[in-house]
Structures are given as structure tokens and as C-alpha cells.
Design a protein. Structure first.
Ligand SMILES: Cc1cc2nc3c(=O)[nH]c(=O)nc-3n(C[C@H](O)[C@H](O)[C@H](O)COP(=O)(O)OP(=O)(O)OC[C@H]3O[C@@H](n4cnc5c(N)ncnc54)[C@H](O)[C@@H]3O)c2cc1C
Lengths: 414, 997
């Protein structure tokens, strides 16, 4: 792999950058692999990378129907935090967050992880109690968070209107090492790292069927021909139900649109990420200067990636009330993604009812932050049959009622 | 230098000079100018700095596609960053400032030229700033952030207001050029309700500038007559300064109108958001000219050929004394001819085509203009503005054959129809190789609910560039839209087929020249960057766009997308259509966030739900808390009292005398009908059908999963009617939950539900003196033994019709009095008067919480969080064992919910009687599989009890009820755990004597 560094940049600049190689190889699919991962989003690519890196599997392919990172991985608002309430959630999100801390170095690719701090505003007494509870839970889980008062909120984020007449800010749950990263870079860096370890990244290759013999998966049908595999990992977010259907079972997942937007870029005015769940909105400022804005998911099932205006309108009202300076900024881009929602708002990282097949989905509105941890756990599960990080997220939990309910803690779970 | 001619300018009023400032300099323009026109007219060629390299930037375009002229305008509460000068109408006293430069526009220390820029190609930041790790957050990122961004962040609250208006029309016409106005005329004549939106302040679009006759008349004459005809039609509405920004399913269109931006501070809202429901949309949004990529094309003074013409004809503004025209098509010849006609010089037309031989070329030659066929530009001389061009053969590697001195370059790379609104809701585009453009693909339109096309494109938006075609297609589209058809037969106008698909010149340019040819002027994306992306495997257009940031600037790629795509397709050796386009999404032009939010700000942000007594609470300076949309008194501090003291006083008053609580916010849902009892039996865990009339019963509701979601007292009003009380926060949710089941599962049951929450005012009267107070009020209700605990009755109280429930959430003798909302205040006042002698005390939500916690009563949202079952709370007695089914029954039977080791409700008493920390956990030995500290329970409610004079707490604890008297450790953040003893949840009056008294 061609190493990236400032020296390499200068060297290449001398030759007008003609010497840069492909970031990842683009081979023709082989007839068979030890493991095939369907879905070239962050979770699929990270799974492939850790299969190769942690478990020495080299005959691995990632099959992506479009271009890698083109699903929700490339459409999200990139909030990274691990201040979740339930133990299993905190464990996997904190694993992910801590991997993010060194991801740029591990992958020799600047994913711009920026631990600038995430605060979740408490604007009702109920939220104050809820976040105090989360702070207690986090302390025991080894996640560094703190419940802070309104004065500290204002100090960390001067553009917040803390004494709003309607929902004054009563405090916030503050995770100083939460933050953001560059979404595309996360997908591309994992692809580059995996490719370097021998993983085949195959784009424009949609899986159209799953071959099962005697209750065991043997391969997949794709738009680029059949591919045999020993193990199959399905990591396709909003399309998980479709892939499960190909293997003959159903999943407790609903797909809905989640929208986001950015303003035109302005000079830095906000150094932290702010989430306001009572009014349903959250915001951060990207390195380009755009204010990155999102809210709750649309309330209906949908595959169009469009979403409805009324949702965005509500989000903007909430944010202008919280950040009055926004009012004269202009919306530049606005988009939606299809999120895969489970009933308890927690993911599924699980063996499937078909032997040799594994599932990773259900990350819903908040799976970007989980990518490294999820890939780590999924790879372990696929390679060894068990992963402590994944054990609470098995499919059987829906049958047993053993939910990992995160909707308890926050209305908007990004 | 640019400037203004002494005569001419069809849009300006020379009798009205307007003063404005740019970076503090006082300048003058005319009424009718845009800020961009006025700046050019005043000789201001340099207006900004680019995003990445901070290179000097001048005005390039005339409309919303302008990438460079982004200025900060206004001040304080009217300051707006990134205002596009081409869309700002000049007003007297306007203050404008340049952006993204320091210390000044002319000397910006951020400027990166030569080698520095060369080391920073597309995506450079992914390849560096990796080591040492902390440097990204603490050094590199802050520096990058400061260099990036464009305008200043506003610091003030917006002084302006905004509004939203709904409109329902048969035909919405987007664009007020020839095609749009013709469509409006045809649709209007056919009797349709028509609305026409035009983003600029003027009607007519390109035609009056280009000058070709329309319908046999001079364009301005046609325009005047058409507008007059339209204005006469009552069914047609013309709205200038209004941009359609998004097309959505079912013909929903958003449009943003600028109302006072051209007259800042004028009364009324600043901007208006139109929410339009259109039967059919005629898309007549025109086309946008493309730049050409050649080395040095980003210097101030290089402009779109059409923009040069627009400024000249509309504002009598010229870009320089000498303008070189460079083009790959005929259209730019119009510009050369217009310049010469205005007495300006065009030293040469550099035409990339081998043999330009049309009428226009002949006309140019006849006008004495030198036409250099097969030539292009290999470089532009000048540092902050154009001083000349280096001419080369288009086919070669860029050997300079001649240098021509000039002050401006007018370029044309052909035209791209504005297909954005066509694409927003699923319309696809097709490549028209003859015209080198993407056009709306009639086979794949955006479809409405009935499956027909919602949008009909016409004129230049459909790729038909002549005014004759615009007139014909516009008329046809207007007629079609008004008569229920969804398509037209497009015209076969050949205009534009003269183009040669040249995107980059010289075509054999090496990397050095390719690194100087810009595609995206604002984001500094060059041809070499797209080449690099392709080389590194970012082959999908979306990858290229994201890797290079091409088209992600505030012009959203209006100028750069197609050129970038063409360069990418060349790098990949593929056809343009095989490479595809990126997705067009709303908004078509950036929209002010305030406009999208509309009136909903400050007091109008969200409706306040007010109980009839809210005014009284506010007057008493109660400390209010938001609960849903309600505002409820948290406590009523007396002057000088802290909240803690006030709450303790209120609690004591209830325990010792009498208190009153405004309980009007409690949900009250009437459930009535022949099957109402059966329905409620399904909804609640207990039996409601067996409740006798006149009695109350506490009920629990579970989700299908078996978790508790709400609780409340149900009163049976009559044989077929029950009144279900819910929590304050639960009223709407539970009502919806009821309707959900009734409408989707039990639609044949004879049940009606009605949310009466706001119809009644309700007051809780609680305390040992409660009955005394009520009896002081005149009335016909017997409150003694005739009304035992958990019964209700009705009659008159203080002259008000009232229903009285004998229920208690405080553990004291308690009544809740419900009266019609309009009489709520009368009741409240009457109670206060009646209780004066016994110190009647209004109490708030916090005292309510403390009182119920002393009694060990659960609170939805505190003891429950969506994961707690009735059994967990010791409420198994409330679960009917007789009923065959109810919501949650099956859920509760699942292994995890029925497990013996679940956390169950207990009380906790700290060893030192202190108040346990809120949200604390009960620690367990050891660690989880993932190394987290193990827990065995959690504190759900914790208060100082004024009654018991110590801390009290409720908790959920593993095997809790079996562990009375045991000690446990309760977590504290940053301190050693506290010891606590497991006690019964109810710490006060356990046998309930006071409540029943
Ligand atoms: C607007 C928005 C904002 C968000 N904000 C945040 C946030 O701030 N923080 C956060 O942590 N999370 C956020 N999320 C959630 C986050 O984006 C997702 O949870 C996460 O990216 C999911 O990654 P993934 O790899 O599972 O799925 P994806 O990135 O969607 O990848 C799935 C891939 O599978 C491919 N695929 C599907 N079917 C097939 C097939 N048959 N064959 C081959 N390939 C197939 C798809 O093309 C796709 O590339 C947000 C999501 C959205 C939409």
C-alpha cells in the first residue's frame, strides 16, 4: 500500500500527482470466497477489514450494489458518542469510539475524528432526571460523561439561547470525547485498509439471491454472476429485510426516511455538537463551516430517500429557537436516507436462522458512530461464533423480550 | 476595468442613483441594479476569495448560479452572510462586505499560490495531518476550520419575521421567461387557476437581452403585451422574486419569495414560503450557461458570455474595454456583437470549433471581429484581474501562438437546461449528444399519485433554446397542463446543435495546465483534481464529487457539475451517459432557514396549552415547568423562599391541613359505546367492564410487549360510558393508541373515544381538612360516608356543576373536582376563599412527586421507562387472571419478562438518611462480560421527605421484595458508594388510614 503522509504529498506534487495509486483495488469477483460480506457501507467494510486483520481471513469479498459508502454511511450527520444508557450499548459504542480515536493512524488515512465534545441538552425536569441517570450509568460503564449546568453549556457553546422562554436549558449531558468524523473517509479508509490485506472490494455488484443447501448458506447470486462462500455476512442496513427474504426468513425491522441538511458555510461559531431532544433537533458545524442539522425520523415506512418537508420544518423551528443566529443562514443541501429501525432501537448483530449466515443491521438513526466497534464485533462473531460485544444483540432477544431499549434514554438517538 | 456606459440599460433608472458601500468604500449604482451589476458598474472586479486557496474571485454570472460574488450584507440583526450579489437588489444605503479574506480583500494572507497550492490537491487532507494524533484536534483542525467557511456567523437575533402561505393551483409555472409566460397565458385562457413564480425581479428571461423577435414582435413589446394580458386575468397570479426550490410527491412545491430584501426594514415579513399544491407544474426555468475549463479561467474578469450580455443590455455595464470571447458554440457570438454594438472592443473570438460557419459567425466577421477557429486559451495574464490571454490551438498541448491584451474574457461552454426541479421527485434526465446537454427524459417523468407526469418541461428547460421554440412549447405546455394532459410534443428546434463538445482547452494539456483550469470556482476544484480522483479509483460520479468537493459549493454545482462529469468521463474513457449524473435534491437555490421555519418563533414557537388557572399561577409567580405543551407550576415560592423550602411547605400543608393542585392537565378520555367495556378490558391489565357505575378503579396499560405505558383512574359514568384518566404526558399518546387499535384491529367494535382533556378543569383537594373546605362551599353533594374512597358523584359545588372523584395520589383524604373548563377559575377562587381559614395552600408538581413517593406510589416516567412490567412494580394484583386476553398479556409471558431475577420495586433508605443521588445504580459484585461495573438495581425516585425528615427513595432491585432489611451499595459519581437499607416502597401511613378517613 502506498503510504500517505505530508512527505508523500510533497513528493507527488513534484510530479503533478501523477504517481498516486488507486486507493483500493477493483478486481473482478472470484468464483469463491471464505467469507462474503454483502453491503459496502461502513459496517460491511469494517467487518471485512477486521476479519482480515484480527482473524487472518484473507479470502474475503465485499459486494456493494452501487458505490461504497453510498448508503447511510455517506448520508449521515456523523455524530459520534457513546453515552448510551444500557450496558450492552455503552460497551459497543464505547469500543467504537475508542477505535475512532486511533483510526486515522491505524488505517494511515485521516478520517478527521474530531473529539470536540457532544452535549445533550436537558430542557425539562424529566430530561434532567434522565440524563443524571445516564451519567450514573456511564460512570459505571467506563464512559466519561458529566452532567453540566446551564452556565457551562453557554460557555461551551455561546450561540445557544439558554434562557429560551419555552424550554430553558436546565443542563446537559456532556461527553467531552464525543465528536464527529468525516463519513466518506471512514468508508474509503476501511476499503483501502481491507483491500491492502487482500479483501476484494467489488462495486456495482448487487446480490439478487442467496443459495441455501440443507439449511446452510453456500453462496450468493449477484448481478455479476454467482459467488460461492463459506460464510455470509449481510450488512445492508435499510435493505436487510429484502436480503432476509432471499434467505427465506423475516426480520423485525422497519425502514423509514431520516433527513438531514446543511447550511451554507460560515466561519467557525460552534465547537461542539449539540443535541436537543425535547424540541427534536441537533446541530454541529463541519470543518467546511456548514451547520449540519438533523432531527427525528419521518413517521412512516418508506424507501424513497426523500422524506417530507413537515419534518424538516419542525427541526428547523426547534433549532432556530435554540440557536437564534441560524435564522438568516441559508439551507444549502438537504437529503434523506433510509434507516433500519428495530423495536428497541438497538442493532442486530447475530447469527441468522440459516447456518453460516450472519446479520448486522438495525443501526437505525445512529450507526455511524458504531462502525469500528460493530465491524470488530461482527468479524469476531463470524470468525469465532461468539463475540461479547455482540452477545446482547442477538435475534433471539425479540422472542425472549430481552430488549436493549435505548428509546428510553433519548427521543432522537443519533 | 469594468464600468458603466453613459447611456442604455433596459432595467436601470438613471434618475435614481443609489448609494451603497463595499468594504467601507462609498459607491453608486442605479435603481434596477443588482448589487453585482452595481459593483461591476463601479469598477469593482475583485469581490471575494475562493474557499480553499483564497484565490482572488470576480463576478462570473448574472443569476443564482453565481459562485463567487458572495458578500456579507446588512448589519446587526439584519446581517446576512454569503448573500449572492447577483440576487441582491440594490437598495439605498446597502452595506456590503467581502468575505473569507484577512486582513483585506486585496491582500489576503490566506492566499495559496504556486507550490503551496500544488501540494494541496483534491483530498489532500485525507493523506496528511495523521501524526501526531492529538495534533488533528488541537492544531490542524482549528487552522483548517478558520481558513474554511465563507461569511461571518451572524451574532444577533434576527430582526425580521417570516411567513408561510398555502396556495392551491391547477397550474404552477416555474420561470417567467418566454416559455413560462406563454404557458401561463395558455393555461389562463383555458380557465385554469395559474400561479407563475420568477426568481428574479424582472419578467422576460433571456429574450429581451438576446433581442431575437418573439412571435414576430420585438421581445420587449411581446413582453409588455403578454404581461398586460396576464395581469387582466383574475385566475392568474404573477409572483416575481420568488424561486421554486423543491418539488415533492403529489405535486407539492415549495417556493421562497423575497418580500422586503430590496427595501430592508420595510414593514411586514422579510420572506415568504409558499407551500403550493399544484395540479401540474410547467417547468420553464430556462438553462444555465457553462463555463469552459482553460488555464487561468478563474481570474476576475473571466465571465460567462451570457452574463456579459446581461449586464451590458440590462444595466449598461461592461466588463472591460476589450473583451476576448472564447466559445465552443454559436451563442457567445451574440455577446461579441452586443459589445461591438455598444462601442466596446472585441479583439478576437476564439472558437474551439474547426469551422464556425453560421449566420452569427458571418455577422461577427462582418462587424470586423477577428474569429480564430480551432483556437482556445492556454493561459490568462494578470494577477488579480485579467490583463490578456495566451492563445493556443485547441487541439494541441497549449503552445502559445499569440498573446492578446484584454481586460475581460467572455466564455461559453454551451448550455445546461435547469432540470433540477424535474429531478427532485424522481424525474430522470437523458443525454442529448447533439446539443451536449442533459434534458428531461419524457419517458421517466416525476409521477403524481395518479401515475401521470407532475411536471411538463418547456423551452430552454427542455433543451429548446430559441425563443420561437420557447413560445411554442410554453403555449403547448400551458394548454396541456390546464386540460389534464401530462406531456407535450417537444419542438425539434435545432438551436444549440452547432456546439462542439469541447470541455477543456487545450485538449492535449499536460498536468501543469490541467492544474490551472478550474471547474468549481468557489471550491477550487480543477481539472487535475478530477483526473486525480479517477486515477485513485473514485470512479463513480458521487465518489468524484465527494472526493474533490466538486459541485458542493453554494452554487450547488450549477456551473461545474456537467463540466466535471465530462472531464471525468474522459479520464475514465467512458461516454458521459455511462458515467451518469449526481442526484439533484432540493433546494434549487439556498433558502433562508428563517423562511422555512416561518412564523413559529418565540411565543409562537409551539402552542402553549393553558389550563384555565394558568394566568393565576403565573401571576403568583409560580416556578413553571414545561410538561409536553403544557406549562405546570413546579412550586409556588413565597418571596425569598428557595424552591426546596417552598416544596417542603407545600408538602407539609397537604399532610397537615389542605392543599390544592391544578390537575387539569391530566388526560381525560371518554370511552363510550356498546363494546366500550370489552374494549377497555383489552386495553387495561385489569377488568373495567365489571366496574359498577359510580365507582373508580386504578388501571394500568401495557404495550403489546408487556411493558407499562400509562396509568390512571377510570370512572364508570354510565352503563356504556367510562372516563379514563391518563397521565398528563400520556393523554394524546394514549388517545392515539386507543384509536390505533379501534381503527386497525377492532374496527367492528361499537366504541367511540373522545379526548376531553381540555373540556374540564380539574382540581385536586388533598389533606385532612379537604372535606371541611369542600363542605364550606354551597352545594348539593354529600361528601361524607356516601362518597367512600374510589367513588365518584356529581352535583353542584359553589354554584358550579361538578363531578367529584374521591381519589388520592398523596395518601391523604383526597377529592378531585372536575368542572367545565370555563368555570375552572371560579372553582379555584372559591376553593381558595373557602380554605382561607385553614391555610389552604396551592401546591405544584414537585410536592405532588414527593407526596406520592412517600406513599410508594409509582410515577410513569420515573419508576417506568418502557422496560418495566406491572409485576416489576409489585402491581401483579392489578393484572387480571380471568381475562382471556389483553394488550401485553402475551408479551409478559416471554421468558425474560417472566424471569424470577428481574429488578423489582422496593424502597431504599440511606444509612445516613441522606437523599440518594438521582439516577444512581445499586452496585453488584464483579464486572460484565465487557468489563463494566455490574449492577443489580437502580434508584427510580429520590427525594427529601419533609414529612419523615429524611431522604426517601424508590428503587428497582433484583429480587427486591425478598430482600427487606438487607444493605446494598448505591453508586455515586466520583465518590465512594453509599450504603442503603432495603425497605418497603411505602414509607408513610402504610395501612392507608388517612386516605380512607
Ligand atoms: C440523515 C441521517 C443522519 C444520521 N446521523 C447519524 C449520526 O449523526 N450519527 C450516527 O452515528 N449515525 C447516524 N445515522 C445513521 C448511520 O448513517 C447508519 O446507521 C450507518 O451509516 C449504517 O451503516 P451501514 O454500513 O449499516 O449501512 P449503509 O451505509 O446504508 O450501507 C449498506 C450498503 O448495502 C448496500 N446494499 C443494499 N442491498 C444490497 C444488495 N442486495 N447487494 C449488495 N449491496 C447492497 C447498499 O447499497 C449500501 O451501500 C444517520 C443516518 C441518516 C440517514
Amino acid at each position: 500500500m502506498q503510504r500517505y503522509s505530508v512527505f508523500a504529498l510533497v513528493r507527488q506534487a513534484m510530479g503533478w500527482h501523477q504517481g498516486w495509486e488507486r486507493a483500493w483495488r477493483s478486481p473482478e469477483p472470484q468464483a469463491a470466497y471464505d467469507a462474503v460480506i454483502v453491503g459496502g457501507g461502513g459496517h460491511g467494510l469494517a467487518t471485512a477489514y477486521y476479519l482480515a486483520k484480527n482473524h487472518g481471513m484473507r479470502r474475503v469479498a465485499v459486494l456493494e450494489k452501487g458505490w461504497i459508502g453510498g448508503g447511510n454511511t455517506g448520508r449521515n450527520t456523523t455524530i459520534i458518542r457513546s453515552n448510551y444508557l444500557q450496558d450492552p450499548s455503552a460497551a459497543i459504542y464505547e469500543k467504537a469510539r475508542s477505535l475512532y480515536e486511533t483510526l486515522s493512524q491505524d488505517l494511515n488515512y485521516n478520517v478527521m475524528f474530531s473529539p470536540r465534545g457532544v452535549m445533550m441538552l436537558a430542557q425539562t425536569q424529566h430530561e434532567v432526571r434522565g440524563y443524571r441517570r445516564t451519567a450514573q450509568a456511564n460512570a459505571l460503564q467506563g464512559v466519561a460523561t458529566e452532567f453540566i449546568g446551564p452556565a457551562r453549556v453557554k460557555e461551551l457553546c455561546p450561540i445557544i439561547h439558554v434562557s429560551g422562554p419555552r424550554y430553558p436549558v436546565l443542563g446537559a449531558l456532556w461527553q467531552p470525547r464525543g465528536g464527529t468524523a468525516r463519513h466518506d473517509a471512514v468508508a474509503w479508509s476501511y476499503a483501502r485498509g481491507a483491500s491492502d490485506l487482500g479483501v476484494d472490494i467489488i462495486q456495482n455488484c448487487a446480490v439478487t439471491g442467496i443459495d441455501v443447501e440443507g439449511g446452510r448458506v453456500t453462496g450468493v447470486q449477484t448481478t455479476r454472476g454467482p459467488i460461492r462462500c463459506g460464510k455470509l455476512g449481510v450488512v445492508v442496513a435499510g435493505h436487510s429485510g429484502v436480503l432476509a427474504g432471499m434467505a427465506g426468513f423475516r426480520l423485525p425491522i422497519e425502514s423509514t426516511a431520516l433527513q438531514a441538511l446543511v447550511s451554507e458555510p460560515i466561519k467557525p461559531c460552534m465547537d461542539v455538537v449539540v443535541m436537543a431532544n425535547t424540541v427534536h433537533g441537533y446541530m454541529s458545524q463541519s470543518d467546511k463551516g456548514e451547520m449540519v442539522i438533523g432531527g427525528g425520523a419521518d413517521g412512516r415506512n418508506d424507501y424513497t430517500q426523500r422524506g417530507s418537508f413537515s419534518h424538516v420544518e419542525e427541526t428547523l423551528r426547534a433549532l432556530i429557537e435554540t440557536f437564534p443566529m441560524l435564522s438568516r443562514l441559508k439551507m444549502l443541501r438537504w437529503w434523506g436516507g433510509i434507516v433500519d429501525m428495530t423495536g428497541d432501537r438497538s442493532p442486530i448483530i447475530s447469527k441468522a436462522p440459516v447456518e453460516g449466515m450472519f446479520l448486522n443491521c438495525g443501526w437505525g438513526t445512529g450507526g455511524f458512530k458504531a462502525i469500528p466497534g460493530s465491524g470488530w464485533a461482527m468479524a469476531e462473531l463470524m470468525a469465532k461464533g461468539h463475540s461479547p460485544l455482540a452477545s446482547a444483540f442477538g435475534l433471539e432477544r425479540f422472542r425472549e423480550g430481552r430488549f436493549v431499549d435505548e428509546s428510553v434514554a433519548a427521543g432522537v438517538a443519533h | 476595468m469594468s464600468g458603466r456606459l453613459a447611456t442604455g440599460g433596459r432595467l436601470i433608472d438613471r434618475s435614481r442613483a443609489l448609494e451603497f458601500t463595499f468594504d467601507g468604500r462609498r459607491l453608486t449604482g442605479f435603481a434596477g441594479d443588482t448589487l453585482a451589476a452595481a459593483l461591476l458598474g463601479a469598477g469593482e472586479g475583485l469581490v471575494g476569495r475562493s474557499f480553499k486557496y483564497h484565490r482572488p474571485r470576480g463576478i462570473v454570472a448574472y443569476g443564482p448560479e453565481e459562485p463567487n460574488a458572495l458578500l456579507g450584507i446588512g448589519r446587526a440583526g439584519r446581517f446576512e452572510p454569503n448573500a449572492r450579489a447577483t440576487q441582491v437588489d440594490l437598495s439605498d444605503g446597502l452595506e456590503a462586505e467581502s468575505q473569507n479574506r484577512w486582513p483585506s480583500l486585496a491582500f489576503d494572507v490566506g492566499t495559496l499560490n504556486g507550490l503551496a497550492a500544488r501540494v494541496l490537491p483534491a483530498g489532500f487532507y485525507y493523506k496528511t495531518f495523521i501524526h501526531p494524533r492529538p495534533f488533528w484536534k488541537h492544531l490542524f483542525e482549528p487552522v483548517i476550520r478558520r481558513a474554511a467557511g465563507l461569511g461571518r456567523a451572524p451574532r444577533h437575533r434576527d430582526d425580521d419575521t417570516y411567513e408561510q402561505v398555502h396556495a392551491h393551483v391547477d397550474v404552477l409555472v416555474v420561470g417567467g421567461g418566454v416559455a413560462g409566460l406563454a404557458a401561463a397565458l395558455a393555461a389562463g385562457r383555458a380557465g385554469a387557476r395559474v400561479m407563475v413564480v420568477e426568481q428574479s425581479a424582472h419578467w422576460g428571461g433571456r429574450a429581451p437581452v438576446d433581442g431575437d423577435p418573439v412571435d414576430g414582435r420585438a421581445p420587449d413589446q411581446w413582453l409588455g403585451q403578454t404581461l398586460a394580458a396576464l395581469e387582466e386575468m383574475e385566475n392568474v397570479r404573477l409572483i416575481p422574486r420568488c424561486a421554486a426550490v423543491g418539488v415533492y410527491d403529489h405535486g407539492f412545491v415549495l417556493a421562497a419569495e423575497r418580500l422586503t430584501d430590496h427595501d430592508p426594514g420595510a414593514p411586514g415579513p422579510r420572506q415568504r414560503l409558499w407551500r403550493i399544491r399544484a395540479g401540474r407544474v410547467v417547468l420553464a426555468a430556462g438553462a444555465i450557461e457553462r463555463p469552459l475549463a482553460f488555464p487561468g479561467n478563474d481570474l476576475p474578469g473571466v465571465m460567462l458570455a451570457s452574463a456579459v450580455r446581461d449586464y451590458l443590455v440590462n444595466h449598461a455595464v461592461f466588463p472591460g474595454d476589450r473583451t476576448v470571447v472564447v466559445t465552443n458554440n454559436d451563442d457567445a457570438y451574440h455577446t461579441a456583437l452586443a459589445l461591438v454594438a455598444a462601442g466596446l472592443r472585441v479583439p478576437a473570438i476564439l472558437d474551439a470549433r474547426a469551422a464556425p460557419n453560421g449566420l452569427l459567425a458571418d455577422a461577427a466577421r462582418a462587424a470586423g471581429i477577428r474569429v480564430l477557429a480551432g483556437h482556445g486559451i492556454a493561459g490568462v495574464a494578470g494577477r488579480q484581474r485579467v490583463a490578456g490571454v495566451k492563445v493556443c490551438a485547441v487541439a494541441g498541448e497549449g503552445a502559445v501562438v499569440e498573446e492578446i491584451a484584454c481586460e475581460a474574457v467572455a466564455m461559453s461552454g454551451g448550455w445546461s437546461p435547469a432540470v433540477h426541479l424535474w429531478s427532485h421527485c424522481g424525474g430522470r434526465v437523458a443525454w442529448d449528444a447533439d446539443r451536449a446537454m442533459f434534458r428531461p427524459d419524457p419517458a421517466h417523468p416525476p409521477r403524481g399519485a395518479d401515475g401521470t407526469a407532475m411536471v411538463i418541461p418547456a423551452g430552454a428547460a427542455n433543451g429548446r433554446l430559441s425563443p420561437a421554440a420557447a413560445l411554442a412549447e410554453g403555449t403547448a405546455a400551458g394548454t396541456a397542463a390546464a386540460t389534464g394532459q401530462d406531456r407535450i410534443d417537444g419542438s425539434d428546434d435545432p438551436t444549440g446543435t452547432d456546439i462542439a463538445p469541447v470541455w477543456m482547452m487545450p485538449q492535449g494539456a499536460g498536468p501543469a495546465l490541467r492544474a490551472k483550469a478550474f471547474l468549481d470556482f468557489q471550491n477550487d476544484v480543477k481539472v487535475a483534481d478530477v483526473d486525480l480522483a479517477a486515477r485513485e479509483g473514485f470512479e463513480s460520479v458521487e465518489h468524484t464529487k465527494r472526493y474533490t468537493t466538486l459541485g458542493m459549493a453554494t452554487d450547488q454545482g450549477k456551473l461545474s457539475n456537467i463540466n466535471g462529469l465530462a472531464v471525468l468521463s474522459q479520464a475514465l474513457h467512458k461516454d458521459i451517459p455511462a458515467v451518469g449524473t449526481t442526484t439533484f435534491r432540493p433546494p434549487y437555490v439556498p433558502v433562508t432557514l428563517g423562511t422555512l421555519a416561518g412564523e413559529a418563533r418565540g411565543d409562537l414557537f409551539q402552542p402553549v396549552r393553558a389550563t384555565p388557572m394558568l394566568g393565576w399561577h403565573v401571576e403568583r409567580e409560580a416556578y413553571m415547568e414545561p410538561v409536553g405543551l403544557w406549562r405546570r407550576p413546579y412550586c409556588y415560592p413565597a418571596p425569598g423562599e428557595t424552591h426546596e423550602v417552598a416544596v417542603a411547605r407545600e408538602v407539609n400543608a397537604v399532610r397537615q391541613g389542605v392543599g390544592i393542585l391544578d390537575a387539569s392537565t391530566l388526560g381525560k378520555i371518554l370511552v363510550q359505546g356498546l363494546d366500550a367495556g370489552r374494549f377497555l378490558d383489552m386495553l387495561y391489565t385489569g377488568a373495567m367492564s365489571t366496574l359498577p357505575v359510580g365507582r373508580c378503579r386504578y388501571g394500568l396499560m401495557c404495550s403489546e410487549q408487556g411493558f407499562l405505558i400509562d396509568d390512571g383512574v377510570v370512572a364508570r359514568l354510565s352503563d356504556d360510558a367510562w372516563l379514563c384518566h391518563t397521565t398528563t404526558g400520556g393523554a394524546d399518546r394514549i388517545h392515539a393508541h386507543m384509536e390505533d387499535w379501534l381503527q386497525t384491529e377492532w374496527w367492528d367494535w361499537r366504541v367511540f373515544t373522545l379526548n376531553l382533556t381540555e373540556q374540564y378543569a380539574q382540581v385536586a383537594v388533598a389533606g385532612p381538612r379537604a372535606r371541611d373546605v369542600l363542605e364550606t362551599l354551597s352545594g348539593d353533594i354529600d361528601l361524607t360516608a356516601a362518597l367512600p374512597h374510589m367513588h365518584w358523584t356529581h352535583g353542584t359545588l359553589a354554584g358550579i356543576p361538578a363531578r367529584i372523584f374521591r381519589i388520592s395520589f398523596s395518601g391523604e383524604l383526597g377529592f378531585e373536582v372536575a368542572v367545565p373548563a370555563a368555570r375552572g377559575m371560579d372553582l379555584w377562587q372559591a376553593l381558595l376563599r373557602a380554605g382561607q381559614g385553614v391555610g389552604i395552600t396551592p401546591y405544584g408538581t414537585e410536592a405532588l412527586h414527593v407526596l406520592r413517593a412517600e406513599k410508594g406510589f409509582i410515577m410513569i416516567g420515573d419508576e417506568t421507562d418502557g422496560t418495566v412490567t406491572p409485576r416489576d412494580l409489585g402491581l401483579e394484583g392489578m393484572i387480571s387472571k380471568k381475562k382471556a386476553d389483553f394488550l401485553g398479556k402475551r408479551g409478559m409471558e416471554r421468558s425474560h419478562l417472566a424471569a424470577p431475577d428481574r429488578w423489582r420495586l422496593v424502597g431504599l433508605r440511606a444509612a445516613d438518611d441522606s437523599v440518594l443521588p438521582e439516577g444512581a445504580y445499586v452496585l453488584d459484585a464483579g464486572r460484565t462480560e465487557n468489563g463494566q461495573r455490574a449492577t443489580q438495581g437502580r434508584v427510580t425516585s429520590t427525594y427529601w421527605s419533609p414529612t419523615l425528615k429524611r431522604g426517601i427513595a424508590l428503587a428497582l432491585l433484583r429480587h427486591g421484595p425478598d430482600r427487606m432489611g438487607q444493605s446494598v451499595d448505591v453508586s455515586r459519581i466520583g465518590a465512594a458508594p453509599i450504603r442503603a437499607t432495603v425497605v418497603a416502597p411505602c414509607q408513610y401511613d402504610p395501612d392507608g388510614g388517612r386516605m380512607h378517613g
